[in-house]
Design a binder for this molecule. Structure first.
Ligand code: CAA
Ligand code: NAD
Length: 295
């Protein structure tokens, strides 16, 4: 089985930063690519803070933190990922944005580099087809927050080389994760079931079934979920959830995947959730206050 030593991560947002963090913690040399120096520095700074917190809590030694940070580097140039053994993509949920990067990387990377996408709802085949290495492309779908959530969905397309799949599966295990094998359908396993639930919660709110707080409380206390659906929407990012809804609805043509109008209006207003300071809740004060929707 191919040995992974160096990992490239595309994007250092919510997911890319978490993925880069677990890679350096597991001992991989990791280079993160962002679109601008500002965004890159913010992302790398966030990883430094997370590792700093782990040291403060006594979960990690200072030397281990320094060694992990020593394995982390950043760039704004895709060409600097040329010598990576594995590249994990975690940029916005947009096929064209992702494929533009894969086309460039296909030109500059060695023939053995494995390409992996962390997409929530696109199919891996739609990215693999944009490259001349479809057999070397898999899905590695992590969950938010990456350092905490144990699951990784490892996805094989109809073209994935089984040896490449096995390497990706073992890689996920080497990060301390629990991988599962998934077919290349939109939403894989978890989002196939989770996305309709989140969309249904928004539709229930639109219909006036109950308030944001009470729907959240109902699902937390009634089912033992760690977060209610609106806290979860804000956690995932309403902009990302809206894109996922459009993609899954496009694939299945079933209303349960479609983004409800309220979600679309929230995205128009920039209410992206926790990362924007405002979503279904306003995070500018503690405790966060549910948004007055006037409905
Ligand atoms: N990054 C890193 N670590 C974090 C974190 C973050 N954003 N948020 C919390 N943690 C850590 C805390 O530091 C804490 O660690 P220690 O135990 O070492 O102290 C631990 O997680 C527990 O945190 P808290 O005690 O503060 O809070 P909690 O017990 O409520 O747990 C949670 C927080 C793990 C996020 C929990 O609320 C949870 O599991 N929520 C559901 C998350 C979920 O469903 N994720 C999947 C989203 S869908 C997806 O990812 C797929 C997709 O394609 C959209
Ligand atoms: P995010 O908004 O936090 O980060 C998006 C990243 O994309 C940023 O690093 C941004 O700089 C970059 N980006 C934006 N436009 C770009 C462009 N034109 N070219 C290159 N990079 C660009 O989003 P996220 O939540 O980290 O999601 C990233 C991916 O991970 C998406 O495919 C999403 O579906 C998937 N995902 C998200 C979650 C979640 O809970 N948010 C969970 C699992 C998978």
């Amino acid at each position: 089985m191919a040995q992974i030593r160096t990992v490239g991560v595309l994007g250092c947002g919510l997911m890319g930063s978490g993925i880069a963090q677990v890679c350096v913690q597991a001992g991989y040399e990791t280079v993160v690519r962002e679109i601008s120096d500002d965004v890159l520095q913010r992302g790398l700074g966030g990883i430094g803070k997370q590792l700093g917190r782990a040291v403060e809590k006594g979960k990690m030694g200072g030397e281990d933190r320094d060694a992990a940070l020593g394995r982390l580097s950043g760039t704004t140039e895709l060409s600097e990922l040329a010598s990576c053994d594995l590249i994990i993509e975690a940029v916005v949920e947009d096929l064209e944005v992702k494929n533009a990067m894969w086309r460039t990387l296909d030109e500059v990377c060695g023939a053995n580099t494995i390409f992996a996408s962390n997409t929530s709802s696109l199919t891996i085949a739609d990215m693999a087809a944009a490259t001349r290495r479809p057999e070397r492309m898999v899905g590695l779908h992590f969950f938010n927050p990456v350092p905490v959530m144990k699951l990784v969905e490892v996805v094989k397309t109809i073209a994935t080389d089984p040896r490449v799949f096995d390497t990706a599966f073992e890689f996920a295990k080497s990060l301390g994760k629990e991988p599962i094998t998934c077919k290349d359908n939109s939403g894989f396993v978890v989002n196939l079931l989770l996305v309709p639930y989140m969309m249904d919660a928004i539709r229930a709110l639109e219909q006036g079934v109950a308030s944001i707080e009470d729907i959240d409380k109902g699902m937390r206390l009634g089912t033992g979920y760690p977060m209610g659906p609106f806290t979860l929407c804000d956690f995932v990012g309403n902009d990302t959830l809206d894109k996922i809804g459009d993609i899954m609805y496009g694939e299945y043509k079933e209303k349960r995947y479609a983004s409800p109008p309220l979600l679309k209006r929230m995205v128009s207003m920039g209410y992206y959730g926790r990362k924007a300071g405002k979503g279904f809740y306003d995070y500018s004060q503690e405790p966060a206050r549910p948004l007055e929707l006037g409905i």
